[in-house]
Design a protein around this ligand. Structure first.
Ligand code: FAD
Ligand code: SF4
Ligand code: SF4
Ligand code: SF4
Length: 391
């Protein structure tokens, strides 16, 4: 079955409220289960051979990527895990053969979408074989930060929390014996809250995916029970049309007031992202070289930042080979080790945060890479404006 070409029904640009008709999925879904319902339909109908999504592991802080081939297993992936800081793009290259010989459906945040596009540009992934179901993303919280924040700010045992959500600017937890919400702004002012790359992220609605799904703009009796879907491609239009025709998904036109609200929230989130960029990049400017030198001197050369980065392609071994300025395996790290890496990704860092998140020495690598990318965009591609650095 080809993945391109829309059938009559929905068209690119359509805005709808949607929800699953499957009770199992609806029970565990975040906002009506349209995303999981669409993934299930894509698998059942043969539009894809497998689905890559995320499921909860041992607790709410543990997000596990999972490849599903049996539609009956999809319900376990329903629900949003805001402490799921993983990036799915590189997993597709590494473990799914870059979708060269099979079709997959994948749930993507903005950074996952950008990662897939970068990999496709390098010929590492065949996007013709990928259905990207995008989820809007206000940001994710590192599992360690979440645990600390819940213990220190919420004064709740993190292990007693069975549900978290981010709603109307608050981080909200449900735990044995109650629920509590604290403003994200207050949390972030005190160093808790979303990852720093997420604060700077401007890519809130992933319109480069095939469908962009989220809860912003769902109002009235459907609030919390449906997902707002923007149809972003012919492929997405076809998936939604076929799923509705088959009775897997129900829809109604998005409420115009809801459309307006969604636009305003997106604008406010972008402004907030700009504010964080200004704050982070200005602070860095004060002592750019000193900061980079000081922070990277802690490096233990575990190569995780090279391994995990979706746009850094060098094999860790190759990275040091043939370099007269880097001692292979030697510590302390040579300056060129990091300069080389920054140069390599300077025009393509997507600010996904993986390098920083997984650095055992807690070096703010994404901040450095993002600042370099942002600077390059502003100087060399100013006419592209924000489109050049949507993330
Ligand atoms: P479901 O049917 O419950 O499916 C959820 C899908 O998300 C599943 O495929 C699951 O595997 C996947 N998933 C769960 N956690 C992750 C993760 N960490 N990374 C990648 N995939 C994941 N919508 C907004 O409108 N505004 C927001 O600010 C916003 N922030 C979000 C932040 C995060 C980290 C996530 C994951 C989602 C966010 N969403 C946001 C989207 C929203 O929470 C719902 O996912 C969306 O409305 C779809 O609801 P649903 O019931 O159809 O999804
Ligand atoms: Fe979401 Fe952007 Fe953070 Fe990715 S980088 S998790 S899209 S806020
Ligand atoms: Fe993501 Fe870091 Fe690579 Fe940039 S350098 S794309 S933030 S892993
Ligand atoms: Fe060094 Fe951190 Fe990169 Fe490991 S992840 S090589 S410690 S900078």
């Amino acid at each position: 079955m080809s993945l391109s070409g829309a059938t009559p029904g929905y068209q690119k640009g359509d805005l709808v409220y949607a929800w699953t008709t499957n009770e199992d999925i609806a029970r565990s879904a975040e906002c009506g289960g349209a995303v999981t319902g669409l993934q299930k339909f894509a698998l059942e109908s043969g539009m894809v051979d497998a689905v890559l999504a995320v499921k909860r592991g041992s607790d709410i802080y543990d997000a596990i990527p999972v490849v599903i081939t049996d539609p009956a297993d999809l319900a376990q992936t329903a629900g949003s895990l805001h402490c799921g800081t993983l990036l799915l793009a590189k997993l597709i290259k590494k473990y799914l053969g870059g979708t060269k010989d099979r079709k997959i459906g994948v749930t993507v945040k903005g950074c996952d979408t950008m990662g897939l596009l970068e990999l496709a540009r390098r010929g590492e992934i065949n996007l013709d074989n990928v259905v990207m179901i995008g989820v809007n993303c206000g940001g994710s919280v590192s599992p360690l930060t979440a645990r600390k924040m819940i213990r220190e700010k919420f004064e709740v045992d993190p292990d007693a929390v069975h549900k978290e959500e981010i709603d109307k600017g608050q981080f909200i937890i449900e735990y044995d014996g109650g629920h509590k919400g604290i403003s994200m702004d207050d949390l972030e002012d005190e160093g808790y809250g979303r990852r720093s790359n997420c604060r700077r992220c401007l890519y809130k609605i992933p319109r480069q995916a095939d469908l962009a799904c989220g809860n912003w703009g769902v109002i009235g009796d459907k609030a919390g029970k449906a997902t707002f879907i923007e149809v972003c491609s012919d492929k997405g239009a076809r998936l939604l049309s076929d799923a509705v025709a088959a009775g897997a998904i129900a829809t109604e036109p998005a409420n115009p007031k809801g459309v307006e609200i969604r636009g305003k929230v997106e604008g406010a989130m972008e402004k907030l992202g700009q504010k964080w960029r200004n704050r982070d990049f200005t602070a860095l400017k004060e002592d750019l070289w000193g900061t980079i030198e000081r922070e990277t001197s802690r490096c233990i050369k575990c190569y995780s930042c090279i391994e995990q980065c979706p746009v850094c392609f060098t094999d860790p071994d190759q990275f040091e080979k043939n370099s007269p300025m880097i001692r292979r395996g030697g510590l302390p790290v040579d300056g060129m080790f990091h300069l080389r890496r920054f140069a390599h990704i300077s025009d393509s860092c997507i600010n996904c945060g993986q390098c920083e998140e997984l650095c055992p020495m807690e070096i703010p690598l994404a901040l450095f890479s993002h600042a370099i990318r942002n600077e390059a965009d502003l100087v060399f591609e100013p006419k592209l404006g924000r489109a050049s650095y949507t993330n």
